[in-house]
Design a protein around this ligand. Sequence first.
Ligand SMILES: CC(C)(COP(=O)(O)OP(=O)(O)OC[C@H]1O[C@@H](n2cnc3c(N)ncnc32)[C@H](O)[C@@H]1OP(=O)(O)O)[C@@H](O)C(=O)NCCC(=O)NCCS
Length: 178
Amino acid sequence: MQLESQRLLIREFTDEDYGAVHSYASDPAVTEYMLWGPNTGEQTADYIRTVQEWQWQEPRTSFEFAVVLKDSGQLIGGCGLYVSEPRQGEIGYCFNSLYWKQGYASEAGEALLHFGFGELGLHRIFATCRPANTGSAKVMQKLGMTCEGLLREHRRKGETWHSSLVYAILEDEYRILQ
Ligand SMILES: CC(C)(COP(=O)(O)OP(=O)(O)OC[C@H]1O[C@@H](n2cnc3c(N)ncnc32)[C@H](O)[C@@H]1OP(=O)(O)O)[C@@H](O)C(=O)NCCC(=O)NCCS
């Protein structure tokens, strides 16, 4: 399956995507605020294998997509939507730093909300980011999401505990913005 926006094709990952994915997944600047990374080659290969397996879920609850520029075919990042009951979804995104601050995360996020509230019939979609991840928080604000609060030290990476801001949008709030 695939989603489309003005400049982006948001499609399933394939084996051929390994090089483009590893170039951002192995970059410490990109993974600074993620719970994973920077990836080894094996970790990136595992990731691509895992998300390809999700394509066969029935019913499908985990969607992880490659984000590709329509005009060049260049893979610039990944984004995902993960469904849980009752009709809740979580979105996430990660882009190659060469393509930051050009509106791509906001555009991909909007496509994910459209898919989640439309095709999947979700009621609430949320996302989290580290408090210091200003770029990610701005993307969520641009998507019309509301900051609901801070989860204090609920995640662990290595020896360090991390907190997250939670942002969310409800289906009726999303409809009003359309
Ligand atoms: C966070 C991330 C996804 C933002 O992607 P992006 O494509 O640069 O975002 P956009 O271009 O849609 O930017 C949306 C807004 O945020 C701003 N912004 C983006 N990165 C920013 C940063 N590091 N600091 C401050 N503002 C930032 C943009 O300028 C834009 O604001 P504007 O509309 O007022 O101009 C990208 O930096 C990234 O992939 N980071 C590494 C992975 C990551 O942290 N993912 C999120 C995990 S929660």
